[in-house]
Design a binder for this molecule. Structure first.
Ligand code: CAA
Length: 242
């Protein structure tokens, strides 16, 4: 059976790697994106994966997107909540808008998308919901009260929904990447990266997006039905929490 997977923020960065890894494993994949049309078109041409544009922070837009994908590819078996943004600032400089934008895209989206696929997953007794969190939702990070709060919120959501859905063949897990070689991490000031962050990574380098994607395909698999409510820290030893 060919499973259908949706990856939010699936055309760039970690999402790009997740979309292509799932496709290479035989899934029918749809990649959502919000803003960068040029990158999305290039991604679609290069990978052959269809792209769908909407803002995952907007419930009604998510409803339209999910309906469109379901019509084109079939009911969604695997949802990867990957879309995320940063608006870094110390709290004493953070604006209400910086707070709201991050909570909307990084956390409201997880409710929106999960809510819109859950009925179908329950009725088919199968589903995989994989939430891409962050090391900074686990350990906190200066300049990221908004992002750390949103990412930490994902862990609570994951654990609660894992309980709700376990008897229905639906697993819910979190993957918490450390600093990965993406545009998002490239935006961290160079001096901060070199003096404050890299020295804290025991492996001695940032990670690659493919190193996250292979964990996603692992938990997405039909054979992974006993893994639920779990968090996979993939961070080069930057934050070791057992
Ligand atoms: N650890 C320790 N100290 C830090 C620090 C860090 N990670 N980041 C900044 N500081 C220190 C600075 O050195 C500075 O100290 P001094 O006053 O002693 O010089 C102080 O905090 C204030 O820093 P700035 O002068 O840079 O203040 P700012 O208001 O201009 O910016 C900041 C503060 C927003 C935190 C900025 O430094 C920054 O962007 N830091 C990086 C934050 C970060 O790691 N974001 C992760 C983005 S990637 C991502 O989110 C993906 C993921 O999931 C991992």
């Amino acid at each position: 059976m060919t499973r259908v997977a949706v990856v939010t923020g699936g055309t760039r960065g970690i999402g790009h790697a997740i979309s292509t890894a799932l496709k290479n494993k035989g899934y029918r994949v749809a990649a959502n994106y919000a803003g960068n049309d040029a990158a999305a078109q290039q991604f679609q041409v290069e990978t052959g994966i269809p792209v769908y544009k909407w803002n995952v922070g907007d419930y009604d837009a998510c409803a339209k997107g999910v309906a469109e994908i379901t019509k084109a590819l079939g009911p969604i078996d695997v949802l990867v909540n990957n879309a995320g943004i940063t608006r870094d600032a110390m709290l004493h400089k953070m604006t209400p808008q910086q707070w709201r934008e991050v909570i909307s895209v990084d956390l409201d989206s997880v409710f929106n998308m999960s809510r819109l696929v859950i009925d179908s997953m329950r009725s088919r007794n199968f589903g995989r919901i994989i939430n891409i969190s962050s090391i900074n939702g686990r350990k906190g990070q200066m300049g990221q009260t908004n992002y750390s709060a949103a990412k930490a919120g994902m862990h609570g959501f994951t654990k609660a929904l894992a309980f709700e859905t376990a008897a229905k063949g639906i697993t819910v897990n979190t993957i918490a990447p450390g600093y990965i070689n993406t545009e998002m991490v490239a935006a961290v000031p160079k001096e901060v990266m070199e003096s404050k962050i890299l020295p804290q990574i025991p492996v001695g380098r940032v990670g690659e997006a493919d190193e996250i994607a292979r964990a996603v395909t692992f938990v997405a698999a039909d054979e992974a039905g006993f893994i639920t409510g779990a968090c996979f820290d993939i961070n080069g030893g930057h934050y070791i929490a057992l």
